[in-house]
Design a protein around this ligand. Structure first.
Ligand code: GDP
Ligand code: MN
Length: 394
């Protein structure tokens, strides 16, 4: 579960991580009154509360010099669409005078199987740009969970990035607080970007991102209480309404994987990732899917614009392969499937009949034997796509 900025900052408050004073506004009518009651120092920053980064670049972070201006901005920004998410709440905070923007986060790193500290003295809205062009300014250090945040971690972070050492003690204290929060709240990610240095030389969190592991929600009543104000992914809701489980995986991925079982889904995602390809979403069909349900599942997958390749991996017991094939064909005949490709791996009941259905359909569906071969087929498709887009570019 991804928290909104003001919710993340509420947690920061508990751990003594400083943030600007502010107030949440959820209606244009009450905005002026609420802002004046909060007794904020002007100028202020008005910030769209949506569970997505990059709000600044999308017009979701604006500045106001007077209470009137702030109230007017509230009217304009409530209801605003930011990369597909509707703004229902705004956070109005006192604008800080700052001298620098740093980046700090702790994430659960599956490769090192430990929390990973990521730090950069070149943070802010262009952190992705920094990662591309200035990679030596970003440091990643695993934190051994048995030892915690030891001195060497902070020393290394400063040495590696050339950050100004006068802030060493402050940063260490900040990392320790963030690290405690990371564990207490079963988070996958806690991020402060920018972690700013204000005109008094103090570190302050201007933004906050927290992702809590959904499996821990039953242990976290204060987080569960935030749920009402969060927006769920439309495909997650759509899928749940028809008893599928839709799992967004990587925002940048272009492959959709679906299967009748979560273990097989995970194996597929692992094999695809090992080939340095990236899965956008996974969908668990459950047992006994009919052609219509398969077609519906493919439709849900393809309603994500990023997905250009769908991989269906079926072990047919109760689920019949011929039904799967029919469903796949149904879905791929639709206009929204134009230009998309489907890889189908089926094993079990009526497998031969299924292969015939696909072969006679003339649709862009590749039938593959076994998961490794299927992943090979996806890889080849990907390579073709890359080389043809490369040619266009040249
Ligand atoms: P994001 O774009 O969704 O990550 O939103 P942020 O909360 O990080 O705000 C975007 C940018 O606005 C920051 O990187 C800062 O440059 C700027 N910003 C936000 N709050 C303040 C503030 O209080 N003072 C100043 N000077 N800049 C701010
Ligand atoms: Mn930010």
């Amino acid at each position: 579960m991804k928290l909104l900025e003001y919710q993340a900052k509420e947690l920061f408050g508990k751990y003594g991580i400083p943030a600007q004073k502010g107030v949440v506004v959820d209606s244009a009518n009450g905005a002026a009154q609420k802002i004046s009651a909060a007794n904020l120092k002007f100028p202020v920053v008005v910030k769209a509360q949506v569970q997505i980064g990059g709000r600044g670049k999308a017009g979701g972070v604006r500045f106001a010099d007077t209470p009137d201006e702030a109230a007017k901005l509230c009217g304009e920004m409530l209801g605003m669409n930011i990369r597909g998410l509707v703004t229902k709440q705004l956070l109005v905070v006192e604008k800080k005078d700052i001298t620098r923007e740093w980046y700090l986060s702790i994430m659960l790193d599956r490769y090192s199987k430990s929390p990973l500290l990521i730090f950069s003295p070149v943070g802010g809205m262009d952190i992705e740009e920094t990662a591309r062009t200035n990679a030596d300014k970003i440091v990643k250090v695993p934190i051994d969970p048995l030892r915690g945040v030891e001195d060497y971690i902070i020393t290394y972070a400063f040495d590696k990035t050339g950050a100004d050492k006068q802030y060493r003690d402050q940063l260490k204290a900040m990392v320790e607080k963030l690290y405690r929060m990371f564990f207490d709240y079963y988070t996958m990610l806690v991020e402060i970007n920018p972690l700013a240095i204000d005109d008094q030389g103090s570190l302050i969190a201007l933004d906050g991102k927290v992702e809590v592991d959904d499996n821990a929600l039953s242990l976290l009543p204060d987080i569960t209480a935030f749920r009402g104000s969060l927006q769920e992914d439309p495909q997650v809701i759509e899928a749940r309404n028809v008893n599928f489980l839709f799992i967004p995986v990587e925002e940048e991925g272009t492959i959709g994987v679906m299967s009748n079982g979560s273990g097989m889904l995970m194996s597929c995602i692992d094999l695809i990732s090992q080939k340095k390809m990236s899965v956008h979403a996974a969908l668990d069909l459950g047992g006994g899917a009919t052609a219509e349900r398969i077609a519906e599942a493919v439709r849900i997958m393809l309603s994500r614009p990023k997905i250009d390749t769908v991989f269906i991996c079926i072990f047919g017991g109760i689920t019949r392969c011929d039904e799967v094939a029919k469903g796949a064909c149904l879905a791929m005949q639709k206009a929204e499937a134009a230009g998309k490709h489907l890889i189908l791996r089926m094993e079990g009941t009526n497998k031969e009949a299924a292969a015939k259905i696909v072969a006679s359909s003339g649709l862009p569906i590749t039938v593959a034997e076994g998961i490794p071969n299927s992943v090979e087929a996806i890889y080849r498709l990907n390579q073709q796509k890359l080389s043809s887009s490369g040619k266009q570019g040249a």
